[in-house]
Design a protein around this ligand. Sequence first.
Ligand SMILES: C[S@@+](CC[C@H](N)C(=O)[O-])C[C@H]1O[C@@H](n2cnc3c(N)ncnc32)[C@H](O)[C@@H]1O
Length: 187
Amino acid sequence: MFSQAVSIVLGVHACFLPFLWCFKSAPFCPSTSVTVSSFINICNDFVASKKIPPSRVKVVDLGSGSGTVLFAAAKQGFHCIGYERNPWLVAWARAKTRTQGLSSLVRIYRRSLFSADLSDVDIVYFFAVPSMLSDLERKLDKDLPTSRQVLVVSNGFALPNWKYQQLKNGLYIYLRQPEETKVNTTE
Ligand SMILES: C[S@@+](CC[C@H](N)C(=O)[O-])C[C@H]1O[C@@H](n2cnc3c(N)ncnc32)[C@H](O)[C@@H]1O
């Protein structure tokens, strides 16, 4: 009787927990193939303008879901890091990383995107809900490196206070300049 009750409780959790995660903040909804290929073009333009190979560039997806964006970027040779708090999606994306032979280029952390290490990132991508964007903007202001140019791409929604450079296929594109450039331009 007791073991039956435990099985029922575990079964109910297994079925509904993924959906509970969804309702807590940005729900899982993978970027479309059009969005992903636009993002990859934007990343390729960024590295071409800087004349550096993708292998020297770190791409972070904040809320990486099933890894769609990470895999597309890794196939271009970028080093990719995902932060995702839904354990089912993390397990699924890690398994796909292995089956696609991308383990050397993709790492996925099961933790909040607000704890992401952005200290040496070059490109940041996110597909978040508007209610998260103020906090996300504060994190970017605080944690992005100040010594280099960083490309920030938001799918679907603009950051509340940043001024975007371009809007392409629903992607808001920001180029965060290094501190010394900002000082020079105001002189
Ligand atoms: C709209 S989906 C985007 C998935 C993926 N980036 C893509 O574009 O295909 C948003 C993802 O963010 C995750 N997420 C939401 N809040 C999060 C948080 N605080 N920390 C980590 N992941 C989070 C959700 O679980 C979901 O998988």
